[in-house]
Design a protein around this ligand. Structure first.
Ligand code: PEP
Length: 251
């Protein structure tokens, strides 16, 4: 039985004061023992504040990105997976579509980032998903397969037991357009089947999150699909009440 995970990606939003408020509201809104795994991903500068504010709470903290190069070294502006583990980050988002599109991250680089996370004991949340044009051209499954295969062919299957995949159709991110539960389920089932081609055991256990305009009003229906194991939530995770309602929908 896969436990559900709800992850809140705060992207580059907030200020120190706003994030302190959000953390305090989250602690007030979420039950002391949520019936689902919950994690938040603040901008990296505020990760330490979040770790302090959430210490002793069941809400984990993660990073939105990780360096592909090394554990230490002359890599200006970067943060390594080892550093994330050192301060207590449990997860890192890897290959978000904004990083693929705006910072030119290829699937090969994303695969190396997954490996770096695993080496350091950080759980990678690997984002995959097609653009509007790719869906219109009937290429959704090809695109997702390419993004997934890059990881499966780089990292030994035996090392991937903690991997989380997030299916995030790019056309649904921040647009208010959500994939229908059926559209999402079809791609999630494809992802699980594709992973089964490498390892059936891994496929049965891997958590596959849906991301793309998830909100309290659509979460329960999405999360009730057989292959949807929770959500990666952007905009709605900046509102503690809305995010808590999404977490409850996953229970
Ligand atoms: C995201 O950025 O990962 C995301 C899913 O954003 P939103 O929920 O705002 O669509």
């Amino acid at each position: 039985m896969r436990s559900k995970l709800v992850a809140g990606n705060w992207k580059m939003h907030g200020s120190r004061a706003a994030i302190q408020n959000l953390l305090a509201s989250l602690k007030a809104e979420l039950p002391a023992e949520p019936g689902t795994d919950v994690a938040v991903f603040p901008p990296s500068l505020y990760v330490a504040d979040a770790l302090v504010a959430l210490s002793g709470s069941p809400v984990a903290v993660g990073a939105q990105n990780v360096c592909d190069q090394a554990a230490q070294g002359a890599f200006t502006g970067e943060v390594s997976a080892e550093m994330l583990a050192d301060v207590g980050c449990r997860y890192a988002i890897v290959g978000h579509s904004e990083r693929r599109a705006l910072y030119g991250e290829s699937s090969a680089v994303v695969a190396v980032k997954v490996q770096r996370c695993l080496n350091a004991g950080v759980v990678p949340i690997l984002c995959v998903g097609e653009t509007d044009e790719e869906r219109e051209a009937g290429r959704t499954l090809d695109v997702v397969a390419e993004q997934l295969d890059a990881v499966m062919q780089t990292v030994a299957v035996g090392e991937l037991s903690s991997l989380v995949v997030a299916y995030e159709p790019v056309w649904a991110i921040g647009t208010g357009k959500t994939a229908s539960p059926e559209q999402a389920q079809d791609v999630h089932a494809f992802i699980r089947q594709r992973i089964a081609g490498y390892s059936e055991k891994l496929a049965a256990g891997v958590r596959i999150l849906y991301g793309g305009s998830v909100k309290a009003a659509n979460a329960a229906e999405l999360f009730s699909q057989a292959d949807i194991d929770g959500g990666l939530v952007g905009g709605a995770s900046l509102d503690a009440q809305e995010f808590s309602a999404i977490c409850r929908a996953a229970e």
